[in-house]
Design a protein around this ligand. Structure first.
Ligand code: UDP
Length: 409
């Protein structure tokens, strides 16, 4: 049966789905192995009994400036414009995040009115270094100044990553910009949307193709031996590779791949999340439980990092949900064990990853490629994951024009 397919993809998340879709479009037969019982990776969502769409692995907000990615996603269902806003709760006060003029005014009872005044306030507080910020601590202190860093970033980061920001790459806190204006949008990208029918439907559309077969509940590592054994017939025609496929795309954690081959001993660190759902009955004068879709809790006295009230998000695509009296709020706890969600960007992990990457690169001679957040050990946003998979496809196959391929037309 393995011989019936040209391409094997391990993982039905974003990277796997994009590659499956692209390869099917150029006539290849694709097998996708997914160890979970559903497609969509961590973007997977479903509608609950109250009609609220909930992401099983935490809220996903799509945003991009990339024209190619934007065109690509629109081939797989409707997207509804949505600009995400986040509030951070400091003591009893909600302040906008990213930091803007209102954040400073609310926290420090200032009366900043203009970008110039905001810049003056920052000039008094920002810490300067003779070099580019190397750690998240340096980045936080130099971008936001000590008082904001200590209130909004230091404790939150400690909770999220279970380490001091000085032990994290600058890129982590660097994800959060600073605004000299009153703009309170979480992202300023040109394109920001929610999928009208949810992320799962978006994945279904990508993977629905006569040449794509998805096998759920199928762990690649359980099947690996079987796959390799079935290679005898194809071995001669496929050169020296140890598998019967033209190409394999692996999207799981890169160190797991090599542990099974027992080539390298050390494991990379990942952070995981635990979700605690809470239902609330809203009083008739209230539409929502909390004032924004996401509330961050920087205080170390609060054990969770943020809460998500999904009704805010569902309402964008289904305004009728506003009348729903029940609402679901999910508390998000950061944990060190469990399903890997985030790579932990720091010097130790980066150098270990480089070792793995060198081994991974050699495997490309056998047609094995590593792609995605876990296999590339990169803190990709959704659009970056899509872009990365598209670029790998272009690199391997060229910029092909396929039948009905509006996207490339
Ligand atoms: N961060 C913070 N305080 C906040 C929000 C974010 O210190 O209120 C830091 C924290 O280290 C976090 C990083 O910025 O991990 C990136 O935040 P983002 O919202 O992008 O995280 P994600 O949504 O990817 O979990």
């Amino acid at each position: 049966m393995w011989q019936d397919f040209d391409i094997l993809i391990v993982g039905a998340g974003l990277s796997g789905a994009v590659l499956a879709e692209r390869y099917a479009a150029i006539g290849k037969k694709i097998l996708v192995l997914e160890k979970r019982d559903h497609i969509g990776g961590n973007c997977y969502d479903e509608v609950n009994s109250a009609g609220i769409r909930v992401s099983r692995y935490g809220a996903h907000l799509f945003h991009t400036n990339d024209e190619e990615v934007n065109t690509y996603i629109h081939r797989f269902g409707e997207w509804v414009p949505y600009e995400h806003r986040v509030l951070s709760k400091v003591s009893r006060t909600y302040v906008p995040l990213p930091v803007n003029i209102h954040t400073v005014n609310k926290l420090f009872k200032t009366d900043i009115q203009t970008p110039d005044e905001m810049q003056c306030w920052l000039d008094e507080h920002q810490v300067t270094y003779p070099h580019q910020p190397r750690t998240s601590e340096e980045l936080g202190l130099s971008r936001f100044g000590r008082v904001l860093y200590q209130k909004l970033f230091l404790p939150y980061t400690q909770k999220q990553w279970e380490r001091h920001p000085k032990h994290l790459d600058a890129s982590v806190i660097g994800r959060i910009p600073l605004r000299l204006s009153t703009d309170d949008r979480y992202f300023t990208d040109k394109y920001q949307y929610l999928p009208k029918h949810g992320y799962t439907s978006f994945f279904e559309k990508m993977l629905r193709h006569p040449r794509i077969k998805v096998m759920l509940n199928s762990d690649y590592f359980d099947l690996k031996e079987q796959i390799e054994q079935s290679n005898q017939e194809r071995r001669t025609s496929r050169g020296s590779s140890n598998h019967p496929f033209e190409k394999i795309f692996y999207t799981g954690p890169i160190d797991q791949f090599f542990e099974f081959q027992q080539k390298l001993g050390s494991t990379l660190e990942y952070r995981s999340l635990r979700f605690e759902p809470e239902w609330y009955e809203l009083p008739s004068r209230k539409t929502f439980w909390q004032p924004a879709a996401v509330i961050n809790y920087p205080s170390l006295r609060v054990p969770f990092t943020r809460t998500v009230e999904y009704k805010h998000l569902t309402q964008v695509v289904d305004p009728g949900i506003a009348h729903q009296r029940r609402t679901l709020v999910i508390k998000e706890y950061s944990i060190s064990h469990g399903e890997p969600y985030y790579p932990v960007p720091n010097a130790r992990n980066q150098s270990l990853y480089e070792d793995y990457r060198r081994h991974a690169e050699q495997l490309s001679q056998e047609g094995i490629y590593f792609v995605g957040r876990l296999a590339n050990y990169k803190y990709f946003n959704m659009d970056q994951a899509i872009k990365n998979a598209l670029e790998l496809f272009h690199q391997l196959e060229g910029r092909v024009h396929t039948e009905k391929d509006v996207y490339y037309a």
